[in-house]
Ligand binder design. Sequence first.
Ligand SMILES: Cc1cc2nc3c(=O)[nH]c(=O)nc-3n(C[C@H](O)[C@H](O)[C@H](O)COP(=O)(O)OP(=O)(O)OC[C@H]3O[C@@H](n4cnc5c(N)ncnc54)[C@H](O)[C@@H]3O)c2cc1C
Length: 347
Amino acid sequence: MNGAPFDRRFRKSPVIAVSEVWFCLYCNRISRALARVPMVTSLPHSRGTLAPNRLLKELTWLRVGGPADWLFLPADFDDLRSFLLNLELRFDVFPMGVGSNLIVRDGGIRAVVVRLGRGFNGISIEGDLVTAGAGALDAHVARKAAAAGLDLTFLRTIPGSVGGAVRMNAGCYGTYVSDRFVSAQAVTRSGEAITLTPRDMGFRYRQTDLPPGTVITSATFEAPRGEPAALESLADAQLARRDATQPVKDRTAGSTFRNPSGRSSTESDACQDMNAWQLIDRAGLRGFSLGGAKMSSKHPNFLTNTGSATAEDLENLGELVRKKVFQFSGIHLEWEVIRVGEPKRGG
Ligand SMILES: Cc1cc2nc3c(=O)[nH]c(=O)nc-3n(C[C@H](O)[C@H](O)[C@H](O)COP(=O)(O)OP(=O)(O)OC[C@H]3O[C@@H](n4cnc5c(N)ncnc54)[C@H](O)[C@@H]3O)c2cc1C
């Protein structure tokens, strides 16, 4: 009986009921949005830029990828180190370069994504040693080295940054990062400044042992001597060759799968039968598409976004290709492109 006056007093008119529904929906939207943004107060202070919920599709070559919980652009080495030192360990850290070897899934990345900008793109030369900030573009490093008579031409046609090149042991036309690498500076997930030797890196074909969350900040390479003009024309020839054989102007992430031969397709002694592109071609998948994703007609190991692809389209097409190649040739293709993040929930 006690409840009766209460019930009567709060009996809803239809108008109140509708506005309450809207209010609840509004609160629900706000709380869902807030749930995606970790509390600002729990992140350390930085002199750099820290942006919540930053869409990564704007930063990847394939133009796909949902939001990073946080995108962090440290001001310089000390800023990065003190940020990571003070960042609670419950936060994952994902270093990204210029996104030329990434499929970021449509639901985004639940981590602090670290991207190195201006404070990390210096290039200096001393004798035969070239030291470059991890944010410097490979092409700039190769050009500056060539002007000083040092041959890092193999970096000229790779569209990534130095950090990505070291992490991926990038290479082409017969030379890999591991052939020229001397050492790298890095900051571990817990904020320790370290020097990495070739042994620490454990270089293999398109793979290294770099621990997750460790951010490379610069790398030193030893380069053979060469005539600047000759190095420049070698680079021009390689650029032209790439242009003729690869869809360099499309939205891609380079070679999608590792060559089972364990060598770059651009090497003259690479076993053609064991190149991923040959296996895909023989399985009849050149130009094969799914949604907005397509295996390039120009180079069948290049997965392309024709304009409207989601990360899900790209990944599904890649998996379908792996399945069909296995059915056709009995060979398991392994992803070379790094896939990160989570699928979009609920469409
Ligand atoms: C048209 C085209 C052609 C290509 N040709 C080649 C080729 O010939 N040879 C070749 O090897 N690759 C090639 N690639 C692939 C790609 O360019 C390389 O793998 C490149 O080294 C990736 O560098 P990135 O800065 O874009 O790294 P991202 O794609 O941003 O990241 C790749 C990986 O590196 C890690 N990473 C990036 N920066 C850092 C850092 N500072 N510290 C720690 N980890 C880091 C990321 O966590 C991720 O695991 C090509 C790509 C395209 C689009």
